[in-house]
Each structure stands twice: as structure tokens, then as C-alpha cells.
Ligand binder design. Structure first.
Ligand code: GDP
Ligand code: MN
Length: 336
């Protein structure tokens, strides 16, 4: 091609003009997956799909975390489908398990109630450990200290389009903190006291609320109640410096002290979503329409014709979740 292109001037729409193999710069970013050894087959599938559609051309390092040591089998199978750098890490025990100060009797009663109500993962302690880890600990892991940005990837997710631009650089250039592809309602039964806790925190710490926040996405009545809208966090591209900052650190500690991650079943998705929506300006949250993405049972397929054809997308736009009855794109759209 005989030319180099300044990464800072290339956006999603320039994908055809400027093959990103010409980019001169990468962001300080990694692709991040939390997984169990038993997830190995599905982990390999996700890695293959993201390498093929994106990372083959960009070469971002992968980081894998697990609260147990990764097996040789896991490390071999995953490394075998990645051409760039791969790092495997173990989660410190104190970042994972139910803390001693949690009243186990009360936690058990909370789990039993959710099992009775047939709430998914209602009886699972390990799922709660995972949600709390993803809410307040992953970005403190020693391996992640060197990175500012991460792209969260889960086992057996799909990437349906070529991603010929660098989403990290896009976010850096446009001053974004957090990006999503799918937004939906949370199950109220998993977070009955979360919003009251959030309101208490905000009352005590009003200085953290951003001037041009996205409260209108979270609430239909000016903040009195939570409408359960959240960004589906199995896909996230975000700036860890926000999680590491004062507002989120205090916010997470405040939530954690109530025990709600164990007495109820607070998910990292509503926790992350509420924090970015309140403590960042709404234009710091980004919807990546160009990124065709699927995590069972939902798919986001680009709505724009140009994005769909340029991205050589393989998804069915009729099935795109964006305006499904259970989607929160309407709430997102109304604050734009
Ligand atoms: P769902 O998407 O809400 O149904 O939950 P998943 O089962 O996909 O879990 C979310 C993420 O956490 C995935 O990346 C899983 O591999 C990971 N995960 C869930 N539970 C555990 C666990 O007990 N240990 C580890 N190491 N990873 C877990
Ligand atoms: Mn999942």
C-alpha cells in the first residue's frame, strides 16, 4: 500500500479506505475472558471468532482469568488458536469467595427464595462470586494493572461482522468510557434493594453525579424508581480507569457492604450500568451498532445498511434484539 495511516484520524466509516493493517498505533488494551477449565471448548470458539473477525489484524493481547489454576489442557488449546500474546492468571482468593462477614444463614435464605421463584442461577453461590468479581475486582488483578482498556469476551459468543476499525482507539478519540451492543431489562427479583442503596449512596455523595448523566435511561420517573434497564455486560469495552477511580471505588464498596451480592443476586451488569449512567456524561457511553454480536439467546445485528455490507455481516437483521419488546434501546434512544 505504500502508506501509513494515523490511527487517530480513522473511524468506523473509513474501514474500506484504510485497511487497519496500516494503523500506526494500538491502544493500551487487552481482550479479557473469565473462564473455568470446563469452558475450554466454548472459550476456543469465542477466541477463534474474535481473532477471525477482528484481532487477526490488530494483535491485541488476550488475558484469561480463573479462580482456579488453568489446566495445561486449557492453556494449550487456547494458545493454539491465538497468534499473539496470551496471559493466564489466577484470581486472588480474597477477590472471589463469599466474605466471612456475610451472614450465611441470611444468604442461604436469599438463595432459597430465588430458587423457589425459579430465578436463573438463584441458588448458585459461584454465580454470585462471579458477579461480585466482575463488579468490583477484575480491574484490580495484577495482570490488568498494565492495561487501561479491556474488551470482555465470554465463552461461546459470536462476532457476526468484520471489525475493520479499532474500537479502543475509537473510544479513546471520542472520550468514551463504556460501550455496549445489547441493552435489556434485569429481573427485579435479583436486585430488590439495589436502587434504594444507589439512592442512599447518591444522597451521601452527590458530588459524583455527572452534570449530563444518563439517569433518563435508568429511570422513567426522574429517579424515583429503577426501570431495570442495563447494558448486557457479557460484551463490554470499557476504560478500567473509571472502575479504578474514586467515584466507582466508593460506590462499589458501599454496595458491597450491604451484602446484596449474596443476600440477593446483584449482577455486574446493573451495577456497571447504573454507575456509568450516573457518574459519567451520557455521551461517554457508546453503542457500537457496527459490531454484530451474539450471546445466547440474543443477537445484535447492525441496523445500518453500510455497516452491514461493509462488515460482511453474517447475522439476520430480522432477529436483531434492538427493538425486541425486552430491549432497552427505546430508553437509550430517548436520551440521545
Ligand atoms: P451468564 O452469561 O449470565 O449465563 O453466565 P456465564 O455462565 O456465561 O458466566 C459469565 C462469565 O463468567 C463467563 O465468562 C464464565 O466463563 C465465567 N464464570 C461463571 N462462573 C464462573 C466460575 O465459577 N469460575 C470461573 N473461573 N468463571 C466463571
Ligand atoms: Mn454467558
Amino acid at each position: 500500500w505504500g502508506q501509513t495511516v494515523n490511527a487517530d484520524t480513522v473511524g468506523p466509516n473509513d474501514a474500506l479506505k484504510y485497511p487497519d493493517s496500516l494503523l500506526t498505533r494500538r491502544a493500551n488494551a487487552c481482550l479479557l475472558m473469565l473462564a473455568r477449565n470446563s469452558d475450554v471448548n466454548d472459550a476456543v470458539k469465542s477466541v477463534r471468532r474474535l481473532e477471525d473477525r477482528f484481532n487477526r489484524k490488530f494483535g491485541y493481547p488476550w488475558v484469561f482469568l480463573n479462580e482456579e489454576p488453568f489446566s495445561d489442557e486449557f492453556k494449550m488449546r487456547v494458545s493454539n488458536v491465538i497468534s499473539g500474546e496470551v496471559i493466564f492468571g489466577q484470581v486472588p482468593q480474597e477477590h472471589w469467595h463469599q466474605p466471612d462477614w456475610i451472614d450465611e444463614e441470611k444468604a442461604k435464605a436469599g438463595r432459597d427464595k430465588l430458587v423457589q421463584d425459579h430465578v436463573i442461577y438463584g441458588g448458585s453461590v459461584s454465580y454470585r462470586n462471579m458477579c461480585r468479581f466482575n463488579s468490583g475486582f477484575f480491574y484490580r488483578h495484577p495482570i490488568l494493572q498494565q492495561f487501561k482498556w479491556y474488551w470482555r469476551v465470554e465463552p461461546d459468543v459470536h462476532f457476526h461482522c468484520d471489525i475493520d476499525f479499532d474500537p479502543f482507539l475509537y473510544m479513546e478519540r471520542h472520550n468514551k468510557t463504556y460501550a455496549f451492543t445489547i441493552t435489556m431489562y434485569e429481573y427485579h427479583a435479583t436486585i430488590p434493594t439495589l436502587w434504594d442503596t444507589v439512592k442512599d449512596f447518591v444522597k451521601e455523595n452527590p458530588q459524583y453525579v455527572a452534570q449530563d448523566n444518563a439517569l433518563g435511561y435508568l429511570s422513567d420517573d426522574g429517579g424515583k424508581s429503577y426501570n431495570l434497564c442495563h447494558f448486557w455486560s457479557n460484551f463490554e469495552i470499557a476504560d478500567m480507569d473509571f472502575w479504578r477511580g474514586e467515584a466507582y471505588t466508593k460506590f462499589f464498596d458501599y454496595l458491597d457492604r450491604t451484602g446484596g451480592f449474596y443476600y440477593e443476586r446483584w449482577g455486574d451488569a446493573p451495577v456497571h450500568s447504573i454507575a456509568v449512567a450516573l457518574f459519567q456524561n451520557k455521551d461517554q457511553i457508546h453503542f457500537f451498532d457496527e459490531i454484530g454480536y451474539e450471546h445466547n439467546p440474543y443477537v445484535h445485528c447492525p441496523s445500518g445498511q453500510a455497516a452491514y455490507t461493509q462488515g460482511k455481516c453474517a447475522c439476520d437483521r430480522q432477529r436483531s434484539f434492538d427493538y425486541d419488546g425486552y430491549s432497552c434501546m427505546r430508553q437509550w434512544d430517548r436520551i440521545q
